[in-house]
Write a protein that binds this ligand. Structure first.
Ligand SMILES: Nc1nc2c(ncn2[C@@H]2O[C@H](COP(=O)(O)OP(=O)(O)OP(=O)(O)O)[C@@H](O)[C@H]2O)c(=O)[nH]1
Ligand SMILES: [Mg+2]
Length: 338
């Protein structure tokens, strides 16, 4: 069809999409995970049920979430887990209460800062459990890697945690705190953390937005089912979003990993969309994006759609790359490994 669908078709499609919105939940585990969830709530992230889980009662009390679960209270009495073993045990003790909140969601995102007890141990146990009990859900893990200055014990915990999380999640996105230091050396830590949280919010918004996409002329329809199929067991992923003067610029920019060094070249698949005013995005913009992904980046499987938005003056591109490479992740996993 020349010129693609009419705005009316698109509006209809979006309405239909709205009727069957994907049920999604985010679970923040441990101090960092709960902080992220608090900020997602402050940023008004829509569509996700927000759940905070921690062994630390005081920190949990301060967090903002739709649901809060104190774990391991029987043996930790509301204090930090400190060791990964304690974190695991705490999650095991209260797994039923956590699972009952997650049950039935099709998209489940676990977030934690690795290196401590609750986040690391809790994330490992919960991911493994969800793998068994919620087979139909897409399990996405967000793993925050501690600063390399935090010492051997923290890094070792994080290393073990990351290996297990990568193994038991469908898709894992990794964010290095070291990148915050590199980018904002003089900024108070709390503010730098919030920048990472905003990025995480826009990525989650992007992933959630994958369900209301209009297929481009001549392309396969992109919806949550397509994304889920591509993302199942895809390992390390990368998601980016950027707005620029042209779609090509936005695409290149969004593939630049701000909190790691993900390399999307030759990755397994890429799912994404261009968001913008339909009158400004031409068929050639779209073909250029496709050509760039296919010819320059050698990505064999591409699902790209359009998300019409009348308010936007500049095009925005969201991309989720699956099965990517990262030297930083490889090096981190190799740390002290032999
Ligand atoms: N990006 C980011 N990283 C954080 C934040 N808070 C902590 N971290 C990082 O996450 C790692 C783990 O810290 P916590 O999440 O506080 O640890 P925990 O899981 O609560 O562990 P316990 O307190 O031992 O139960 C730290 O070593 C930091 O590198 C945060 O708000 N944002
Ligand atoms: Mg803690």
């Amino acid at each position: 069809m020349i010129g693609g669908p009419s705005p009316l078709d698109i509006a209809r499609g979006l309405l239909e999409g709205e009727r069957s919105l994907v049920r999604a939940a985010i679970v923040g585990i441990g101090g960092a995970g709960c902080n992220v969830v608090t900020n997602l709530s402050r940023l008004g992230l829509a569509g996700f049920k927000l759940i905070a889980v921690n062994t630390d009662a005081a920190s949990l009390k301060e967090s903002k979430a739709d649901y809060k679960v104190l774990i391991g209270d029987r043996f930790l009495s509301g204090r930090s887990a400190r060791t990964v073993e304690n974190g695991k045990k705490a999650m095991e003790e209260d797994i039923d209460r956590v699972i009952s909140l997650i049950k039935g969601n099709e998209l489940v995102v676990l977030v934690s800062g690795l290196g401590g007890g609750s986040g690391t141990g809790g994330h490992i146990v919960l991911a493994e459990e969800l793998r068994k009990s919620e087979k139909d859900a897409l399990l996405v893990s967000i793993a925050i890697i501690p600063f390399s200055s935090e010492g051997e014990r923290v890094l070792k915990n994080a290393q073990i945690g990351l290996a297990e999380v990568l193994d038991s999640s469908d898709l894992t996105l990794v964010y290095f705190n070291d990148k915050l230091r590199e980018k904002f050396p003089d900024m108070p830590l709390i503010r730098a953390y919030r920048i990472m949280d905003s990025w995480i919010a826009s990525i989650l918004e992007g992933i959630y937005g994958l369900q209301a996409i209009h297929p481009l002329p001549g392309m396969i329809n992109v919806d949550f089912a397509v994304m889920k199929e591509a993302a199942k067991n895809s390992g390390l992923g990368y998601a980016g979003v950027a707005e620029a003067q042209t779609t090509e610029e936005a695409l290149e920019e969004c593939l630049n990993d701000p909190f790691g060094d993900a390399d999307v070249r030759g990755c397994k698949a890429l799912v994404g969309y261009i968001e913008g005013s339909q009158t400004r995005i031409s068929v050639s913009n779209i073909t250029k994006v496709q050509e760039f992904l296919t010819n320059n980046l050698k990505i064999p499987e591409i699902y790209f759609g359009l998300k019409p938005s009348w308010e936007m003056s500049k095009p925005r591109v969201f991309a989720l790359a699956l099965g990517v490479k990262s030297k930083m992740v490889d090096e981190f996993l190799g740390l002290g490994g032999g």
